[in-house]
Design a protein around this ligand. Structure first.
Ligand SMILES: [Zn+2]
Length: 269
């Protein structure tokens, strides 16, 4: 028995998480238990689900998140591998619901897999998104090799310097990651400071945030779209590196070419 049985809409969402987990492993972005995915599944909750008993004790989130009242999430499990989640999402992640105090959660299905240690930061971002009325329901953290490599140079950590370079590699990068790449200086993984800094950068109008010398954190309406934004940015980084390894600094598209793209496609930046 699984909570996904006879719930095709919910199963389709979890299948998307499994699909993306497989891509993360194939791309070499998800060594060992690296990376996290959390999706807000509240819209798929039915009366039967509401009546389901918890399969864990109440567990503290570590923060009070008032906009998450009554919300349900699917979360990757702590110490679980993306490559295993791709095969069996309900053995490597779990469905949780937020308790009415907005400070604790309980696991509801399928087995009591404890969520990722990054749960407080993922849930804090979801809380922020809901409070803002955002349609975004998915968050992903992963370690894209070429994007992380960029952050080992001060120059690319300056605001919008990397965005501009990445956008200028091929037109699709700006079209499909139109807000660019926000930057967060190095902070301790799983820390409240990192969560708060991530929210500040998302609030500054970015969907994809780079954590210096660590990885990316991205949000979008669903997990496929969140992954795609990271994928197009990393592709652009690979093109830049390919040109550099051929012995030259790539010219990049001109400012006028990129402005024209924003005008024609109605892009926000
Ligand atoms: Zn990480």
């Amino acid at each position: 028995m699984s909570i996904l049985d006879n719930r095709p809409a919910l199963k389709a969402e979890i299948d998307k998480v499994a699909e993306v987990a497989g891509y993360l492993w194939q791309k070499g972005w998800a060594e060992r238990n690296g990376g996290n995915i959390t999706i807000n599944i509240t819209e798929f909750v039915d009366d039967q689900m509401l009546a389901m008993p918890a399969i864990s004790e109440p567990r503290p989130i570590g923060k009070v998140l008032p906009s998450l009242k009554g919300c349900w999430f699917y979360c990757k499990g702590t110490q679980k591998r993306m490559r295993d989640l791709a095969r069996d999402p309900m053995a490597n992640g779990s469905v949780i619901r937020i308790l009415p105090d907005c400070a604790n959660y309980e696991i509801v299905a399928d087995v009591p897999v404890i969520p990722t240690s990054e749960l407080p930061s993922h849930l804090a971002v979801h809380d922020y998104l809901l409070a803002k009325g955002s349609p975004y329901r998915a968050s992903i953290h992963t370690h894209p090799i070429e994007l992380v490599a960029l952050t080992h140079s001060r120059k690319w950590m300056e605001k919008d310097v990397a965005s501009r370079m990445l956008w200028s590699m091929i037109p699709e990068t700006k079209a499909f990651c139109p807000r660019g790449l926000g930057m967060v200086p190095y902070m301790m993984p799983s820390s409240v400071e990192l969560a708060d800094a991530t929210i500040r950068v998302i609030d500054g109008d970015y969907d994809v945030v780079m954590w210096e010398k660590h990885g990316v954190f991205a949000v979008d309406t669903n997990i496929i779209d969140a992954f795609d934004q990271v994928d197009v940015l990393n592709k652009a980084a690979q093109i830049y590196i390919s040109a550099r390894s051929m012995g030259y600094e790539p010219d990049g598209m001109t400012d006028a070419q990129m402005q024209r793209l924003s005008y024609v496609f109605g892009l926000p930046k």
